[in-house]
Design a protein around this ligand. Sequence first.
Ligand code: FAD
Ligand code: NAD
Length: 159
Amino acid sequence: MEDREFRRAMGKFATGVTVIATESEGEIHGMTANAFMSLSLEPKLVVISIGEKARILNKIKQSRIFTVNILASEQQELSMIFAGQLKEHREVVFERLDGKPVLPGAVVQIACELSGEHVEGDHTLFIGKVTGIKLEESEPLIFYSGRYRSLIEEPPAAQ
Ligand code: FAD
Ligand code: NAD
């Protein structure tokens, strides 16, 4: 099977978009990711999947903390910044949740401590024990078929 066919197929699974952030040696590093899943309720666990070439991989191993920031519909530019899709460097301001770096304006900020890691193929699954959550009432950014989208509410049916 060709890579292109696999990616095309996986792209049919509509997802939100997150920025994973961590802090090591006093520096905050972020990376755009859509491979994110709720894993367990008791205890509260989430899982993310990070490619072997991503610079954030060793930073999370080192710091043993990460945050997951579910982006709002107007935060497409942040997704592009943290996916390395913009040429020029942009300053991004972070705030703190449970002492960990999170993005202001995210629909949800989730602070985690690393509780496990599993290498599978060319990715590492990081399991995070959730230590803090902050929710905002805003619409999420959507990624589908390799394109950014937003949720559109159907107008109420005419009576
Ligand atoms: P870099 O390439 O070093 O960093 C990414 C970019 O973020 C760079 O441009 C850097 O300048 C910028 N940046 C980092 N920290 C800061 C900061 N503090 N302030 C300002 N800018 C900063 N890859 C996966 O492994 N798993 C996934 O689930 C995944 N999902 C994706 C979903 C989408 C929708 C997209 C578009 C990409 C996804 N990727 C995923 C790919 C991944 O985002 C890119 O390969 C990314 O560039 C790899 O990041 P890196 O850690 O190597 O860091
Ligand atoms: P795309 O069309 O390459 O991706 C569509 C879907 O394929 C993704 O949502 C994901 O489910 C899957 N996918 C893509 N690359 C993958 C990889 N290396 N490992 C595992 N699954 C992968 O989307 P795009 O807009 O062209 O993506 C931009 C860049 O971000 C590409 O370089 C892509 O490889 C990368 N990306 C990586 C992942 C990931 O590592 N899990 C997820 C999404 C995008």
